[in-house]
Write a protein that binds this ligand. Structure first.
Ligand code: HEC
Ligand code: HEC
Length: 343
């Protein structure tokens, strides 16, 4: 998905963005704060948010309804959940998901698990808030190809939406409410109960091969953990991992126009990675084994390739061990969690 800065990013966007940023707009927003603290895995930090972005129950419920509602797309054919499927940790199984009329974008749909912790959104890290991100799929030609003002006009004619919107934000379902409510739902998508988490919490043991994979992942031999670090298995930096010598999608250079950013993408979280195939920004690698083989080969000769990406000389059994470790990152309780299913 590409934000077209020069085409649709027009006066319309300025109006919408000023609505989003208008601090006085939310002065009468209140309600019982939705206690989603019990959603937060005990070994995860409390997310840093401003008080406005801690969802209340009414906001969560409205946001969830909107997330699953195809009313957001121009022809009513798809919702956010068409590309961010709960059963796949809110990702998709195709390289690039189809938008309205089957139009294909350029990028693979990422998982929205733990998205509340992402400091920068999209693959080049160009957007700072979830509220702003909601506008991207809404107007993107190869996604909803729609207009938030028209969506809002439609929602205003549906009594249920007006009622839920009033309950959540004390205002009608305008662009402010649409962007806030969807983000409120997204901020509750915690995933931290994989086998790896149970191992970290002393509740289970890893098998010998999984443990071998964990040790390799953390070692100087592979350096995986230098980039895929911490609880989310990403340090959230923007890097070139040597996927190509020539990039069709130039990544962060789209934002900066600086050739030293060509082919750089946000380092993805590896949580639920076994469910979120295919891999990389364009979904070009189909299996985890192919990903490890990419790293084992040392990648391309691109001038921006990070120096940690170099031939690793891993044996077949070491490759299998890394795949076994990555498979412990699947959180089956997350994908089955009733709070996140469409009713
Ligand atoms: C047609 C498929 C499609 C639809 C529909 C769609 N998305 Fe996405 N989403 C994507 C793709 C592809 C990306 C990666 C785009 C990029 O980085 O440029 C993405 C990225 C995101 C991100 C950024 C995640 C991160 O870690 O950087 C968020 C958040 C998100 N989508 C939420 C939504 C919401 C909310 C909706 C509905 C309003 C939605 N998406 C609808 C395909 C889709
Ligand atoms: C220099 C930093 C860096 C190192 C070291 C690194 N990666 Fe990555 N990794 C990235 C970046 C950047 C991407 C995303 C590239 C893209 O989107 O095209 C990525 C993508 C991935 C993906 C695909 C994620 C997805 O959702 O598509 C997997 C799996 C992965 N890396 C595993 C590993 C493993 C295993 C190792 C060690 C053998 C490793 N990485 C080492 C930076 C790194």
């Amino acid at each position: 998905m590409f934000i077209r800065y020069n085409s649709k990013f027009s006066i319309f966007n300025y109006i919408v963005i000023s609505i989003l940023l208008c601090s006085s707009c939310n002065k009468d927003e209140e309600g019982i704060k939705y206690d989603y603290s019990h959603f937060i895995p005990s070994h995860f930090p409390i997310p840093i948010s401003n008080p406005d972005s801690i969802p209340t129950e009414a906001q969560f419920t409205l946001g969830k309804k909107l997330f699953f509602d195809p009313i957001l797309s121009r022809d009513g054919s798809l919702s956010c959940a068409s590309c961010h499927k709960p059963s796949l940790a809110f990702a998709d199984t195709v390289s690039v998901s189809a938008g309205v009329e089957g139009r294909l974008g350029n990028r693979n749909s990422p998982s929205l698990g733990n998205v509340v912790y992402q400091k920068k959104l999209l693959k080049e890290g160009g957007l700072p808030t979830l509220e702003m991100q909601v506008l991207v799929p809404i107007q993107e030609h190869a996604e909803f190809d729609n207009n938030i003002v028209e969506i809002s006009d439609k929602l205003m004619t549906i009594p249920k939406y007006v009622e839920m919107s009033q309950a959540a934000y004390k205002r009608d379902p305008d662009p402010y409410v649409i962007t806030r409510a969807i983000s409120a739902f997204e901020r509750t998508l915690f995933s931290g109960d994989s086998k790896y988490d149970q191992f970290l919490n002393g509740r289970t043991k890893l098998t010998a091969i999984e443990e071998q994979g964990l040790n390799l992942f953390m070692s100087n031999k592979t350096n995986c953990n230098s980039c895929h670090a911490g609880l989310l298995l990403t340090n959230q930096n923007i890097e070139n991992n040597g996927l190509y010598s020539v990039y069709k999608d130039i990544g962060a250079m789209r934002l900066t126009q600086n050739p030293s950013d060509e082919g750089k993408f946000k380092i993805p979280s590896l949580r639920n990675i076994a469910l979120t195939y295919p891999y990389m920004h364009d979904g070009s690698l189909k299996t985890l084994k192919e990903v490890i083989e990419h790293y084992n080969s040392g990648g391309s000769d691109h001038k921006n390739k990070n120096t940690l990406i170099k031939p690793l000389n891993l044996s077949q059994s070491e490759i299998e061990a890394l795949v076994a470790f990555l498979s412990t990152l699947t959180d089956y309780n997350f994908i089955k969690n009733k709070n996140y299913q469409n009713e």
